[in-house]
Design a protein around this ligand. Structure first.
Ligand code: FES
Length: 103
């Protein structure tokens, strides 16, 4: 098993405020979101039936899946219908104008 490490995702200027940006890192699809200057990195796979959350919509800090409307808090990945269900949340940071994900 590969130990997690900080992996380059994209240049920071490619990440716009309030938009969903899908990147592939080590064969994993990671959804990057910049909101009020804060960076969030979540699994792109909806916990309901696996739809890609990159096709969803963002309202405030809530990400809504486009398939059946499940809603997640981007700050902690929690599904708003049950705290027992959550998206995987990855560490993320911007350094030297580059975005890195801990994966
Ligand atoms: S697959 Fe996302 S709500 Fe059903």
């Amino acid at each position: 098993m590969v130990e997690p490490s900080w992996v380059f995702a994209l240049n920071a200027n490619e990440l716009k405020e309030n938009t969903l940006k899908l990147v592939e890192i080590n064969d994993k699809h990671v959804l990057l979101i910049k909101k009020e200057g804060q960076l969030y990195a979540l699994s792109n796979r909806c916990k309901h039936m696996g739809c890609p959350l990159s096709a969803g919509t963002l309202e405030d800090y809530v990400l809504r899946c486009s398939c059946h409307g499940w809603r997640y808090d981007i700050k902690n990945g929690e599904y708003l219908g049950s705290r027992d269900i959550a998206l995987k949340v990855y560490g993320s940071k911007i350094e030297d104008s580059k975005v890195f994900v801990y994966i």
